[in-house]
Design a protein around this ligand. Structure first.
Ligand code: F6P
Length: 195
């Protein structure tokens, strides 16, 4: 069995302001998580010489990976957060107020709803295919540092969750989801109180 560790980036400045999308750096709490994550990963994967760290191309995941020493880091555009198109940088409140029809259609069908000039969950699931193929092919552990919507989709693939549940899966900040791929199937462990 070999582990796949899934985590969102440390809290970003946009997370603090309640804004979706964007490309901001980490908050202080986010930076602290990055340090704790590095500590955890360096211990957990100590003798795993061929392990690697995968991030998106957005600052907040790259900064979260940066304190981790001793493993190669690979950036994937396919791991970038769902593209919120014209809503990028807005808060949910602002979308509700300024674009109520968009807000309602997303609420009605979050899986299929596509942001104007952006993506839907189905789009994200589709663009993750090469990442999933590569994750399946890897024999060594991988740490995936990505974003809420993307990790919902990746997690659902490994945990075998139905499509319709994907947009609602809980993937909180500052939590490591460890997936063990063994001969007997998939096992999962969540850790959120890193020291
Ligand atoms: O709020 C953080 C975030 O990663 C946004 O950038 C993104 O639009 C959102 O979460 C995705 O979650 P949901 O699909 O529930 O809006």
């Amino acid at each position: 069995p070999r582990p796949i560790l899934l985590t969102r980036h440390g809290e970003s400045r946009d997370n603090v302001r309640g804004r979706i999308g964007g490309d901001t750096a980490l908050s202080e709490a986010g930076e602290l998580y990055a340090k704790k994550l590095a500590n955890f990963v360096e211990k957990r994967l100590k003798f795993e010489k061929t392990a690697s760290i995968w991030t998106s191309t957005l600052q907040r995941t790259i900064l979260t990976a940066s304190p981790i020493v001793g493993f190669p880091t690979i950036q994937w555009r396919a791991l970038d957060e769902i593209n919120a198109g014209v809503c990028d940088g807005m808060s949910y409140e602002e979308i509700k107020r300024n674009m109520p029809e968009e807000y309602e259609s997303r609420k009605k069908d979050k899986l299929r709803y596509r942001y104007p000039r952006g993506e839907s969950y189905l789009d994200v699931i589709q663009r993750l295919e090469p990442v999933i193929i590569e994750l399946e092919r890897q024999r060594a552990p991988v740490v995936v540092i990505s974003h809420q919507a993307v990790l919902r989709a990746l997690y659902a693939y490994f945990a075998d969750k139905p499509l319709i549940e994907i947009p609602h899966i809980e993937v909180p900040l500052h939590t490591i989801i460890e997936i063990q791929m063994g001969v007997t199937g998939v096992q999962e462990k969540r850790q959120s109180n890193l020291r």
